[in-house]
Design a protein around this ligand. Structure first.
Ligand code: SF4
Ligand code: SF4
Ligand code: FES
Length: 535
C-alpha cells in the first residue's frame, strides 16, 4: 500500500489505479494523488486559489459516477476508487481531446516563446497527447506583447483562459486589476487601463501562468531556459525567506521564479525581491585584501589581525550572514577578546496593505539566525543603534564590521565615520559601496550572499537552507572561513580549513550545535524545519 507521510489528523483509504492508498482526509483527488506520488495533470487548479474547474485537464474516472469528473473539485471519500489515464482508456482519450481543444487556437510559437522548456502546455502535450494538430482553419488573432502593467506582458493568443492570474489579483492581493472578457474562443485577459497591474506582487502572475502568455518585462527574450543553471534557494530580500528557483547564466541572475513552499511563501514572490535579486552582486567589487585602501595580502591581513588586543571591541554583523558565519565569528571573537559587544544591523519600514500579504518589514533575512547564535538580542534595532552610539562616542578601541549590510548608509554620519576611523576597524566586505569601505583600517574580501550557501532562520522561526546561485569570486572567502583561520582552529568549526567549503561549515555547525543535533541538510532543504522551540 502506498502511504503518505503526513501529520494530518485523519486519513482515508482510496484506490488509485487499483492500488490502495492512505491519503489525507478532506483533500481533493489531485492533492490526494500527489501525496502518494501520482500526477494528475491540471492547469486552472492551484492549491492556494479558488477552484473554477474550467480547464477540464484533470478529469478522472471515479467508480460509481456516471461520467468523468474533475479531480480538482472532487473531495476524497473512504473507499473511493479513482482511475487515471493509466487504467482508464476513457480518461486517456479525454485528456488527449482536451489538449487538442486547448491547442486549437494556440499559436504554437514555442521556438520564440520564453516559456519553451518550462511550459505545462508543452509538457502535457508530449505526455498526454503527442499527436499532430488536425486544425486547418484560421486561428483567432488576439493581442500580442500587450503590457498589463510595468512588469508583465500578455500574449493573448497563448492564453488558455485558466484565470489563475485573475484569481490571484482578486483573492490574494485584492487589487483586481485583471479580468477575462468575451466568450468561447474570443475570451481574452484584459486590464483596466485606469488600474494597471502594478501591485507589489505583480510578477507572481507570470509564475502562476501555466503557459507562455505572461512574461516578465525585465527578462523577455533574455535567454533560453536550457542554457541556464537553475538552483533552489531562499530570497535574501527580507525575513519572510521566500523559496525561489534562480536561473543563472554567465554568472548573472537571468530569471527568478517562486518555488512552492506551503509553509512559507506558497508560490508568491514580491517584485522587489524577484526583480531586485541581482542587486546582491555588487558591480564594484573588492577583489583583494586591503590595508588603508592599498592592496595587501592575506598573510599581511593575518598579521594585522594579530595586532588586535583585548580592548573593548564592537562586532557589527550584517543580517544576511549565515548562522554558520554568526556562530564561528562569535566564538572566535569571544575567545580572542575580553570585552565584546555584538550587534546586528536591523531596521523596519512601513508596508502597504498588499505588501503585508507576504513581505516582512525589514531587509534582514537572517536576523532570527543572529538571535539564535547570540549576536543579537530581543531588541535588535535598539542594540544596533546603541552600538553605533558607542562607536560615535569612541568607547570601542576596535570595531569589526562583518558583511556589506552591517552598516546602513543612512546611519553613517560624520561622527560615526570618525569613530570608525579612530578605532582599529577591520571589515569583511564584498562591495566598495559598503559605507565601511571608506574608513576601515583593513578589509578582507568576502563572498556575497548569492555566492554562498548556509542556514537562515526566517521571521516565523523556520530554519531553511540557501544555496549559492552564482559562481563565487576566487579571491573572496566565506566569512566563517576568515574567522576559522584567524582563531587557528580553536572554534566551533575547528575541523574547518582552507579546503573546506560552505557545506562543510554547515555540517560542522550542525554537529557542534546541540540544538541542531538531529538535523540533516537534506531535511532542512525540503521544506525547512520549525525551530520555535529552540529559541
Ligand atoms: S494569462 Fe496565463 S494565467 Fe492568465 S488566464 Fe491566461 S493562461 Fe491563465
Ligand atoms: S517577501 Fe521578502 S523574501 Fe519574499 S521575495 Fe520579497 S523580499 Fe524576497
Ligand atoms: S484543474 Fe480541474 S478543471 Fe482545471
Amino acid at each position: 500500500m502506498n502511504e503518505v507521510n503526513t501529520e494530518a489528523s485523519s486519513t482515508v483509504t482510496i484506490k488509485i489505479d487499483g492500488i490502495d492508498c492512505k491519503v489525507p482526509a478532506g483533500v481533493n483527488v489531485i492533492e490526494a494523488a500527489k501525496s502518494v506520488g501520482v500526477e494528475i495533470p491540471h492547469y486552472c487548479y492551484h492549491p492556494d486559489l479558488s477552484v473554477p474547474g474550467n480547464c477540464r485537464m484533470c478529469q478522472v474516472e471515479v467508480v460509481g459516477m456516471p461520467k468523468l469528473t474533475i479531480a480538482c473539485n472532487t473531495v476524497v471519500k473512504e473507499g473511493m476508487e479513482v482511475r487515471t489515464e493509466k487504467s482508464s482508456p476513457q480518461v486517456k482519450d479525454t485528456q488527449a481531446a482536451t489538449l487538442e481543444f486547448i491547442l486549437i487556437n494556440h499559436p504554437l510559437d514555442c521556438t520564440v516563446c520564453d516559456q519553451a522548456g518550462h511550459c505545462k502546455l508543452q509538457d502535457y502535450h508530449y505526455e498526454y497527447n503527442a499527436k499532430p494538430s488536425r486544425f486547418i482553419e484560421d486561428k483567432v488573432e488576439k493581442v500580442k506583447a500587450f503590457p498589463l502593467g510595468p512588469t508583465v506582458n500578455l500574449d493573448g493568443e497563448r492564453c488558455i483562459s485558466c484565470t489563475r492570474c485573475v484569481r490571484f489579483c482578486d483573492e490574494i492581493t485584492g487589487t483586481s486589476e485583471l479580468g477575462l472578457v468575451n466568450r468561447g474562443d474570443k475570451s481574452v485577459i484584459t486590464v483596466n487601463q485606469a488600474n494597471p497591474l502594478d501591485n507589489p506582487l505583480s510578477g507572481t502572475v507570470v509564475d502562476l501562468c501555466p503557459v507562455g502568455a505572461l512574461t516578465h518585462e525585465k527578462w523577455r527574450f533574455n535567454t533560453r531556459i536550457w542554457f541556464t543553471k537553475q538552483t533552489n534557494s531562499i530570497c535574501p530580500g527580507c525575513s519572510t525567506g521566500c523559496n525561489v528557483k534562480v536561473a543563472e547564466r554567465d554568472g548573472k541572475v537571468v530569471l527568478v521564479k517562486a518555488k512552492y513552499n506551503a509553509l512559507v511563501n506558497k508560490e508568491w514572490l514580491c517584485d522587489e525581491g524577484r526583480y531586485g535579486f541581482g542587486r546582491f552582486e555588487p558591480e564594484s567589487r573588492i577583489h583583494t585584501p586591503l590595508q588603508q585602501g592599498q592592496v595587501a595580502t592575506w598573510p599581511l591581513l593575518q598579521t594585522i589581525w594579530k595586532t588586535l588586543t583585548k580592548v573593548p571591541t564592537a562586532v557589527l554583523f550584517a543580517p544576511d550572514c549565515s548562522i554558520e558565519d554568526y556562530i564561528v565569528a562569535k566564538e572566535a571573537c569571544t575567545l580572542l577578546f575580553d570585552n565584546v559587544t555584538f550587534a546586528t544591523q536591523y531596521k523596519e519600514r512601513p508596508l502597504s496593505k498588499v505588501e503585508k500579504v507576504l513581505v516582512s518589514p525589514d531587509y534582514a533575512p537572517n536576523f532570527r539566525g543572529a538571535q539564535f547564535a547570540g549576536v543579537a538580542g530581543g531588541n535588535i534595532e535598539r542594540e544596533y543603534q546603541n552600538t553605533l552610539t558607542g562607536i560615535r562616542e569612541e568607547i570601542f578601541g576596535q570595531v569589526l564590521i562583518i558583511g556589506d549590510n552591517a552598516l546602513l548608509s543612512q546611519d553613517c554620519d560624520d561622527a560615526l565615520l570618525s569613530g570608525l576611523a579612530k578605532a582599529k576597524t577591520i571589515a569583511c566586505l564584498a562591495n566598495t559601496l559598503s559605507p565601511a569601505y571608506r574608513v576601515a583600517y583593513a578589509v578582507a574580501p568576502v563572498r556575497t550572499v548569492l555566492e554562498r550557501s548556509g542556514l537562515f532562520i526566517n521571521r516565523n522561526m523556520r530554519l531553511q537552507y540557501f544555496e549559492a546561485v552564482v559562481p563565487f569570486l576566487e579571491t573572496a572567502v566565506p566569512i566563517w572561513r576568515w574567522f576559522a583561520e584567524v582563531s587557528n582552529g580553536a572554534i566551533a568549526g575547528n575541523s574547518l580549513s582552507k579546503n573546506s567549503n560552505d557545506r562543510d561549515a554547515t555540517l560542522a555547525v550542525l554537529k557542534r550545535e546541540p540544538r541542531f543535533e538531529s538535523y540533516k541538510i537534506s531535511t532542512i532543504k525540503s521544506e525547512g524545519i520549525d525551530v520555535r522551540e529552540l529559541f
